[in-house]
Write a protein that binds this ligand. Sequence first.
Ligand SMILES: N[C@H](CCC[C@H](N)C(=O)O)C(=O)O
Length: 270
Amino acid sequence: MQLSFHKMNGAGNDFVVIDNRELNIQLNKEQIAWLCDRQRGIGADGLLAVEPAQKGANYRFRYYNADGGEAEMCGNGARCFGKFVSRLSEPHKKMVTFETIAGTLSAEILGDQVRIAMSTPTDLVLGSTIRVAGLEGTVHSINTGVPHVVVFVDDLENLDVVKYGAALRYHDSYAPAGTNVNFAKVLDEQHIAIRTYERGVEGETLACGTGMTACALIHHLITDAPGPIQVNVAGGDTLEIGFETYESDTFSDVTLTGPADFVYQGVITF
Ligand SMILES: N[C@H](CCC[C@H](N)C(=O)O)C(=O)O
């Protein structure tokens, strides 16, 4: 098979992008995992596939983690997907819509930044006590398109994200689907820093869009900080989470704004 692809980067979360609008590309889990393998393949945190829409949006966005498994959505991937498909038409679209397992989303192209209108968060649980890897602590969880656990810590820089992230990711409380795990530090009222252990990558990534969204929304619920919230991610970028709230813990108009960059285009034969 000869496969044309683009490599894109969303704040350090990197992706292989394939245009499968003709539905002529059939990849199995092992092949996707190989394409994402950083030693043996192209190397990426995940693979984005453009497919024809089924429910009236412009496109369908299918997301696969580095282990080859399909996930409901990817926030950084959605920004890259939006920028990629905006260029499939002339003139380039400024706004595109795409269907995901987590719902139909829209991407607004703002120069080198892209703003995603995220799905409405669900499954919020604040303030659970959990014991992992010999430690007991308070965790929060929410689904921002995919499941996330959020733990607020003081020493983010020296934290063993893989040890504690994997322990929570595989904890019985989140079985069988598992969860992504985010460690967040409050910098000031509208500014946090996070590090993320990602399900399906099974390691720390340089950024996680749905994860930073989860951390920002839970930060608001705990501190009543107004939006937008600025989020520093491990890769060095700062992204913005916007939202409206009404009643106690109900959100609307959740947005994720940040960079989405083309890195290179290639052809791989296998
Ligand atoms: N690893 C996640 C999907 C990708 C999320 C992340 N890359 C993002 O930017 O939202 C999961 O299996 O739920």
